[in-house]
Design a protein around this ligand. Sequence first.
Ligand code: HEC
Length: 303
Amino acid sequence: MEYFIDSGDKLAIIEYPITQFFLLLVLMILIAIELILASIENIMFQTLTEEGKERYLEAKSKKFEWTWAKNLMAKLTKSRSIEREGEIVLDHNYDGIRELDNVLPPWWVYLFYATIVFAVVYLVRFHIIGEYDQKLEYEQEVAAAQLAIEEYKRTAKDLVDASTVEFLSDDSDLAAGEKIFQANCVACHMADGGGGIGPNLTDKYWILGGGIKNIFTTISEGGRDGKGMIAWKQTLKPVEMAQVASYVMTLGGTTPANPKEAEGEIWVDPNAPEETNGTESETEETAPEEMEQAVDSTNVAMN
Ligand code: HEC
């Protein structure tokens, strides 16, 4: 029922109490079947002769035997029973120690044949054809593990902190970030990030540092004392702070309706490669593509 009934996050049995009645009903039917079978057996037993009853009871009390397993064992070992050992005893005798001329146990012989087949296949695959070698295998496994880590990080977003946070470029994350921004931040930063009580988030000037890590830290720990930017880590989950921080990054380079004058310093990503190192001559508005480039190179540097 859990498999077939779509009940969202909850168990179907809790979401729809009627299923509990259904289960109860099934249980009742099963008990009824057991009772009916038991009484049929009882009635038929009464119709048996005395001798028949005895035989029936005897057959019933007989223990279950693993005949097929015993047969298989005999086939695989071909061992002689102790009573028949006399047939294969050799005629030499060392101080009373005698030797049996047992055949090689078939399980052992089959294993030996299997190793020969394995060796031939191995020889052809790795020494003649050269399908792959340890190095290639290692690299493939590392690549697969890397993918698994990415996947894990995507599903375990709540594990992020200021040192591991990365720009989230998925539309869903940015949309979630925008929602959080509209709900919590617009009072001081304005809907377009142009600034009011809080500073302008769209320009290149940052009081507390730009880039995903600094922005995440500011949101998580708050601004300087007494300035009004509280620490959001009590209110927002880590993943939500990462989402809103990523959204704030996308505001960079946009033109708000009433931009607040620049505060702080032009922030230069210390990890960015030389050419994207935003030199002073390049103080024109950063186009969104360049912005993305800078973000990409941050990620590369962090990787
Ligand atoms: C009560 C007003 C207020 C609210 C609400 C607020 N902020 Fe701020 N924010 C500020 C102030 C004031 C500063 C400047 C802090 C400083 O100077 O230390 C600031 C600074 C920042 C900075 C750093 C800017 C820089 O130049 O370094 C970021 C990023 C930021 N806020 C993001 C957010 C986000 C995201 C939210 C919503 C979750 C938010 N803020 C909500 C007032 C606010």
